[in-house]
Design a protein around this ligand. Structure first.
Ligand SMILES: [Zn+2]
Length: 985
């Protein structure tokens, strides 16, 4: 057989439903496999994946993932990855560690950029320059707590060490990890591939090196290409790296978990807030427990089984009225569902569901309830419409292939890897037409198809676990004490000489981290030139019409036969005390039930007849008209064009006939909402801090905090009390929100669809509008009461989110496109080095809103507090210094990065929605083009000028910190009176 660049073709298959030709190749010399998906998607994707099952919980796979991105043979920089982040048109660039694999994916719409990214990634994984210093930086090292006292107490530091401390602070991630591990005590899935902070410090440099040598080898590699680039060139690019290697047998096989003969039960503690009288609306610690039941399911390789289980998951818990979800929520044992649902990324699938916000003494009852509900379904049968609803939704998702901000090609890569990684057919899960057809056949032949699955795979399956997570208010302290003790032991055993060595070592690491890359090293990073950048913005089609007294925005885009419809209600007419009701009001429209149908039937109908309807708020200081900015609630729906009439009649029914007096259902929704808001605090603390800072900068941003921020959480806790004690008030408020919002002249209708589909859909849209009430809409006056200027918001966490911000417009700054260049540069250089590399935080963000003038700096999973605030304050000085000596290439890279951000890839529904938001905020095509021109012509002087403006930040800026109580108390105590401390959790 004739080889193509060292590869032999193994298989080829057309996948018409993806408009893709799929080809599988094998690199003959090394055994590396390459999956090549050829189609006309300009958002090209490349990925290289290694099978990396760890054999312990030291986080070796995860630390290696970080480490190989710290310099390689051809690119001898400290962090080539970061240079790419700064100066590429990438639409995706990241790396992931899974329990069994490590993936390095990149994506770009620009072919030259795409090839640059691939080369840096291939050199990184095959020829990294691993050194003990890199393990120390990315993994862990010791340093004196106080650098002036090298003989004093020690502490651990390192990026992954800290990242995992953050993960171990999140009850949800502990629950997910414990649930998975409980099912797989016998194989690699029973370990923590991310790394257990207690085990991470046992990883040695030799351990890291041998893991690399064994697993990061072509014989253990799976390469992937997707998109409209030249298919033959793909093989040449890969061969150039692969051919230097001799084949090995890496033995990275993931074994099957041996079956249990009886179910197991595990109890595990998690750190909960101190045991004191709960605040109003807050659950007592005892009711903050969680439970999941988990079942091991078949292997992932069978596409019909895999699809069947996706449908079954949707039947059981996917809809608000799904029988298992409903039974759990109705039981009153907990606030919200727990568990990941169907997990299908590993070699064997599993299903995990349960409750959170539960008193652990009810664990047995919850378990019995789940089993009884399943038995009931198996015995008396699942409602036919529920099956139809689940099947329609899963099929819609496959056809829509809406991957949000993720490139489509990346999602397909992960889907292919599910089977490919374990030597089964990589095409198996890509094509969906045949499995859907087969599944529909099974369902029509056997009316008890899903009931039998429930019986066989859940009820009669002895490979099942129950995991109970118990709140333990002393755990955080004990964990800290244990770590201190361990470090004290190490300190004693090191002795004075060893301690000085450790201190010197830490200093040397800091010195290296603070030393910039040489210009020669930087020059190795391949980069586009300014001439390669498009000078003009790509425009999104948008047409405005007025009909039925309402504004319509239409976007004629190819959507594969799907109608996307957004209906926006103006929030300005609401009196301000009703603002926090808006998110629940939006959910209530589809989750409370109507005069004709209860919420179970309604949620089923939405799933049967549409691709989904959900509510979303939008606020921006930018606006047209009275200068108050935009504040809207959107109801966003989608459907295949032949279902558009169903979508519209559902919308009409929920707008006009929602049954506002269903107290019990509304109480459940409020409880869920509170649980979800609390759950956001740890993974998304930076967003909460940012919202809280921005509340000071404009009325619209203040409204956003009322509807999404910490204020909203406090509102929900009060609301739960009010629902109990004065339901009439709550019902009256909801009716008032309804009366004010559902008003034709204050609506905007946004439709993204083809011109033909618009012609056939338009009459139904107009019919809907005619049915809605119309009266004069008068804006209310809002008088924001702002939170304290400097705030510490405490939670039981080992890390913090630290933020500082100021309104630059008030400090004399006029919005200019160069800000996009500079803020990206700050994030990837100054903040990255100080807050992440030196500070040990996971990252830091820099955001500017050109409508309000709000400028914010926020760190993520940060072990420091005051030190980060100092860095923020020194930003002005850094910019002024940079401005005087900024290297031309560096500036170009920053400009490319900003253009890449501006040209972010969007799927059609996102294009239509974003175009409408631009209209609402007054962002015309002319303004956006000026922004682009300003980005392209940014100079070093712009850095200097911004530095001068930011000088005011240290004195005039606001500080918000969400996180570790002890760190906050300490900072507050250092300067009595300047910071208001309150407890959030
Ligand atoms: Zn990581």
């Amino acid at each position: 057989m004739e080889l193509i660049h060292g590869f032999e073709p193994i298989r080829e298959q057309n996948i018409p439903e993806l408009k893709t030709a799929a080809r599988l190749y094998r690199h003959v010399k090394t055994g590396a496999e390459l999956l090549s998906l050829v189609n006309d998607d300009e958002n090209k994707v490349f990925g290289i994946t290694f099978r990396t099952p760890p054999r312990d919980s030291t986080g070796v796979a995860h630390i290696l993932e970080h480490s190989v991105l710290c310099g390689s043979r051809k690119y001898p920089l400290k962090e080539p990855f970061v240079e790419l982040l700064k100066g590429s048109l990438k639409t995706f660039l990241n790396a992931f560690t899974y329990p069994d694999k490590t993936c390095y994916p990149v994506a770009s719409q620009n072919a030259r950029d795409f090839y640059n990214l691939i080369d840096v990634y291939l050199d990184a994984v095959f020829h990294p320059r691993l050194t003990p210093r890199i393990l120390e930086q990315e993994g862990w090292h010791l340093e004196p707590e106080n650098p002036d006292n090298p003989d004093g107490p020690l502490r651990y530091k390192g990026v992954v060490f800290n990242e995992m401390k953050g993960a171990y602070s999140s009850p949800d991630s502990i629950l997910a990890e414990q649930s998975q591990q409980s099912l797989f005590p016998g194989n690699t899935y029973g370990l923590d591939s991310g790394g257990d902070p207690r085990k991470i410090p046992t990883l040695t440099f030799d351990g890291l090196m041998s893991f690399h040598k064994r697993y990061y080898h072509p014989s253990n590699a799976r390469l992937y290409f997707y998109g409209d680039d030249d298919p033959t060139r793909r093989l040449a690019i890969a061969d150039e790296y692969l051919r230097d290697f001799e084949p090995i047998a890496p033995d990275s096989h993931v074994s099957l978990q041996p079956p249990f003969d009886r179910p197991r039960r595990i109890t595990h503690p998690f750190a909960a807030g101190a045991e004191e009288a709960p605040q109003e609306g807050e659950a007592p610690a005892a009711a903050r427990g969680m439970i999941t039941m988990n079942w091991l399911l078949p292997e992932t390789g069978d596409p019909v089984m895999s699809l069947s289980l996706q449908v079954l998951e949707y039947i059981l818990i996917g809809m608000t009225g799904s029988p298992l979800r409903k039974a759990l929520i109705d039981s009153g044992f907990g606030d919200d569902l727990a568990g990941v649902g169907l997990e299908s990324d590993l070699r064997q699938m599993y299903f995990s569901t349960g409750l959170k916000g539960m008193a652990t003494e009810n664990a047995g009852r919850v378990e019995a309830l789940i089993l009884d509900t399943l038995s009931g379904l198996a015995a008396s049968g699942i409602d036919r419409e529920t099956v139809e609803a689940a099947l329609n939704t899963i099929e819609f998702r496959l056809r829509e292939n809406n991957t949000g901000s993720y490139p489509r090609g990346l999602v397909l890569m992960l889907r292919a890897l599910t089977t490919w990684l374990h030597e089964s057919d990589p095409f198996a899960l890509l094509a969906f037409e045949a499995p859907i057809h087969t599944l529909k056949g099974h369902i029509s032949e056997d009316s008890r198809y899903f009931e039998k699955l429930i019986e066989r795979l859940l009820i009669q399956n002895p490979h099942r676990t129950t995991v109970v997570l118990e709140p333990d208010s002393g755990l955080a302290e004990r964990t800290e004490a244990e770590e201190r003790e361990r470090l004290e032991g190490i300190r004693q055993s090191l002795g004075p000489e060893g301690l000085r060595e450790a201190a010197a070592n830490a200093l040397e690491l800091q010195r290296l981290q603070a030393t910039p890359d040489s210009p020669e090293a930087l020059a190795t990073i391949p980069s586009l030139k300014r001439e390669d950048l498009e000078k003009t913005n790509k425009l999104i089609p948008s047409r405005r019409i007025e009909a039925e007294g309402t504004t319509f925005l239409l976007h004629d885009l190819f959507t594969n036969g799907i109608v996307y419809l957004d209906i926006g209600f103006d929030l300005h007419p609401l009196p301000q005390h009703l603002l926090p009701y808006v998110p629940l009001f939006g959910r209530a429209l589809t989750e409370l039930g109507t005069e004709r149908e209860d919420y179970v039937a309604l949620s089923r109908r939405i799933s049967r007849k549409t691709g989904g309807i959900h509510a979303e708020t939008f606020t921006s200081a930018g606006g047209i008209g009275d200068g108050r900015g935009a504040a809207r609630l959107f109801l966003r729906g989608k459907a295949m064009s032949h279902q558009a009439n169903d979508l519209l009649s559902i919308l009409q029914e929920v707008f006009l006939e929602t049954k506002w007096d269903n107290r019990e259902r509304f109480r459940q929704m409020a409880l869920e909402e509170k649980a979800r808001q609390e759950r956001k605090l740890i993974p998304n603390g930076h967003q909460m801090v940012n919202l809280r800072l921005r509340a000071h900068f404009s009325e619209a941003d203040w409204a956003a905090e009322q509807m999404n921020g910490v204020t909203y959480l406090f509102f929900l806790r009060d609301l739960l009390q009010t629902i109990e004690q004065r339901w009439d008030e709550v019902r009256a408020a909801l009716k008032e929100v309804h009366r004010i919002l559902v008003n034709r002249p204050a609506l905007i209708v946004n439709a993204t669809l083809s011109e033909d589909d618009w012609k056939s859909t338009r009459p139904a849209v107009e019919r809907l509008l005619r049915a809605l009430p119309a009266s004069e809409s008068t804006p209310s006056l809002w008088t924001p009461s702002l939170p304290p200027v400097n705030e510490g918001l405490t939670l039981p966490a080992q890390v913090s989110y630290v933020g500082k911000g100021a309104n630059l417009h008030e400090m004399g700054y006029r919005a200019h496109g160069s800000m996009q260049v500079i803020s990206g540069y700050l994030r990837t250089s100054w903040l990255w080095e100080r807050v992440r590399v030196l500070g040990g935080a996971y990252g830091a963000f820099c955001m500017f809103d050109r409508h309000s003038g709000g400028f914010t700096l926020v760190s993520y999973r940060d072990p420091n507090l005051q030190k980060t605030l100092d860095t923020f304050d020194e930003t002005a000085g850094f910019l002024k210094q940079t401005g005087s000596g900024l290297d031309g290439d560096e500036l170009t890279r920053a400009i490319i990065g900003a253009i890449g951000y501006m040209d972010a890839y969007m799927l059609p529904d996102a294009k239509g929605y974003v175009s409408m938001l631009r209209t609402l905020t007054g962002d015309t095509d002319e303004i956006r083009q000026r922004l682009r021109d300003e980005i392209l012509s940014t100079t070093a002087e712009d850095f200097q000028r911004l530095g001068e403006v930011l000088e005011g930040l240290s004195k005039e800026g606001f500080v918000k910190v969400l996180g570790s109580g002890s760190a906050i108390e300490e900072t507050a105590a250092a300067r009595p009176g300047w910071m208001t401390v309150s407890k959030v959790l």
